[in-house]
Ligand binder design. Structure first.
Ligand SMILES: N=c1c2ncn([C@@H]3O[C@H](COP(=O)(O)OP(=O)(O)OP(=O)(O)O)[C@@H](O)[C@H]3O)c2ncn1[C@@H]1O[C@H](COP(=O)(O)O)[C@@H](O)[C@H]1O
Length: 110
């Protein structure tokens, strides 16, 4: 089990990504990726999602953890690129907890 005393929450990661987006100075992978635009960030998210899915059906549990960390990071970067606050996603998740998954699915358009 990991040491949770040094855990990084998605909120902390989003705040760090936001700082990197506006910051100057030292080299930053985050800033370089954001500078390439939403489409590049979306492409990276898609790649990491596929890599996570492939890891999940493999035998290496550490790879699942590592790929999931990559996926969450790139999701946070994409939200930053699109200007969507993490809080809006949390609010949507909270709204959905008030109904069953089947009810939520039925309420979707299309
Ligand atoms: N969590 C992450 C994180 N996860 C993955 N990555 C990077 O995401 C990249 C994705 O892996 P790939 O194999 O696709 O990399 P690549 O081929 O070099 O990527 P591209 O050239 O295609 O963009 C790697 O370079 C990883 O280092 C991350 N980069 C940054 N963070 C966090 O963001 C913080 C700020 O990082 P900087 O912006 O670099 O200061 C860090 O302290 C971390 O907390």
């Amino acid at each position: 089990m990991a040491d949770l005393s040094e855990r990084v929450t998605l909120e902390q990661l989003a705040a760090l990504v936001a700082r990197r987006a506006t910051g100057e100075g030292e080299a930053s992978y985050t800033r370089t990726l954001l500078a390439k635009g939403v489409a590049k960030c979306a492409q990276k998210l898609g790649e990491e999602a596929v890599e996570t899915a492939l890891a999940a059906v493999g035998a290496d549990t550490k790879a699942v953890v590592s790929e999931t960390a990559d996926l969450l990071y790139h999701l946070v970067v994409l939200l930053q690129a699109r200007g969507v606050p993490l809080e809006d996603v949390y609010a949507e998740l909270a709204r959905r907890t008030r109904q069953s998954g089947l009810e939520e699915k039925a309420s979707r358009p299309g």
